[in-house]
Design a protein around this ligand. Sequence first.
Ligand code: GLN
Length: 304
Amino acid sequence: MNVYLEELIRDKKKETPNGKVADYIPELKNVNADNLGIYISDISGNKFFSGDFDKSFTIQSISKIMTLMLAIMDNGEEYVFSKVGMEPSGDPFNSIKKLETSTMKKPANPLINAGAIVVTSTIKGKNKKEKFQRILNFIRKISEDDTLDINYRVYCSESRTGDRNKSLGYFLKDQGIIEESVSETLDVYFKQCSIEITAKHLATIALFLAKNGKNSKDEQIIDPKTVKIVKTLMYTCGLYDESGEFAVKIGIPSKSGVGGGILCVVPDKMGIGVYGPALNRYGNSLAGISVLKELSNKLNLSVL
Ligand code: GLN
């Protein structure tokens, strides 16, 4: 398997020049655009990896599934989904347009920026520091690495320039969907997006989801029902306006981030983490998707 993965990464690395590293957060452009790596952790304890599986990058939107789990644990499913929908938006991740026009009167789903900012606003804690610490602790727990922390340069870069997210936040506050302080909520959101991880961490978290919320010691960390919600939303909304095509061609519940990561959950079988920072026009890892397409076909991983 490792030999196959070596060949796969070597081959797909050729596609990295077709993508573009995110630069709307200025600090994100300081990476090697041709990085590409994969890590697989399966249910029997096997690990397979190749390429840049050990390189750190920021988690970005992949953090949205962690805050969703925490928000459901904090507030219950009903409250969270009174503030955010469960429908694919068909729009780019940072789109603002449907917030005013949709009859839903709330963000379409928790995995687009507007929905994720709302979800973060519901995380419990006496102040922004405690809220963020709870998110970080949760991600440390499910990635089984207590050393995870944020990349301050990326955090500062986004909090300086994230005007689009700020607009989403203030609009949602105006609509009464966000009830907390917008500036504090955004600060927590920018910090959660700046947590540094590797493809290996993504695979560990993905395996935890593949095992319906059990860690490597088989301890039940979260309720399987919450995991089911998260996996279903990953399948339908995890790659923004590329989610439909990804479901047809790859068929694995997944979540991408503009840092170049993709976390993929093959239920009851394995967790896969991919890293490739050169992105396609949807903001998803271009060569990463190509790797997953090949792998899914070869190992027959599509869930449907
Ligand atoms: N921090 C990024 C943003 O809010 C996350 C977006 C993403 O990964 N798609 O713009």
